[in-house]
Design a protein. Sequence first.
Length: 399
Amino acid sequence: MSEKSNSVTASTSADYLIGYEWILDYFKQAQKECPKGVGLKKDSKAKGSYITLQFKLGDKRVNKTCGCYLTMQGITDALRKTHLVASALKSFSSEIQFLSWYDDVILEKNVAKNDLITFGDAVAKVEKEYWDGRTKRRQQRDRSSISQQYSWRCVYGDYFKLLPENKTVNLVDVLSVVNSKKPGTKCFKNCLCAMRKLAETIGNVDLLCKLKEIDGTQVEFRDDLQTLSVDDFLKLRDDALNVPPNDKRYNLESRRRWLWVFSMQLIYGFRVHEVFAILNIDQSFKTKDGVTIPPLSESSNKKMIAVVGDKTLLETTTKTGYRLCVPMVAPTHPDLIEHLEIKSGKPPEICSLSKNPNTISKAYAQRARDALTRWGKNLSQTHALRHLANLNGQMAGMS
């Protein structure tokens, strides 16, 4: 099979990276996309990491600042500037003319800075750059995407709405918003990142430097995370199904379907919404290179490879996109796929009448938690099943 279920390729590597690793990966990709004769280089100074442009000017190769920080947006802007420089190098016959152009266009030295921009206008600039940019999987963002609307709100929108829209951007109001969050928490860290992004986007260096002096390191983490064993889940499953078949207080079919969803989490390590994006539950799937993946329901299917698509049935996007997944069965329970009736199961039908991106994006996870809560089995965090699946995979020798 040419499409590996567990390999990391150039097109999927970003799915496995976080934070600074993700930025460096994006920077390396941008370096490959530079026009001939112009390159990108990262440089570190006391106030942070920057990007410089390298190109041949006259008889020597020079390394010049381009006014871009080493951030996702900064890398995008720097790459755009490499194309401008490559074109200008062909157009100007004089080094003096070129350097004058470089100061005006690349460094914007002679562009009057508007220090009176309002928070509303600043947020609008950040939002435009967000939608003009790409996701971590290097896909163009789409304003109609429910998941991306939700991401904008979580990453930026919820914090920007706390700013006084009609007031001029200023440090006092920005710090007021940042300090409204508890230091050391994830919320504080994310809020600080959003404000730094705003300062960077409008080119307010003084504000950005002040914000970079603040330590946003997260030191507080949840202490209520749940865990369980395979045997715990098997007991939960038996108890949930052990109800009178004709008792109208219980919807046995709904329980079976939700238990199948939770079982898929245990076997494959899926997030809840990813179960609703599986493309080969009861029909085969053909990959781009012509490989046919049999349906999970097929009795002769031994490998049980699951195909996760880019989108769920509610049109929300999956976190890691399209991929092939193999089961992670604990050596202590080799018959787990048969025991959990994976081949004969299917997910519950979920629909959402809401038009709110937040509600739609959370629909699957919320319904799953509601089901567990109704059963009263002391389990409400579905990620515990994902963690157990990963542990089972390690026990089985999978990396």
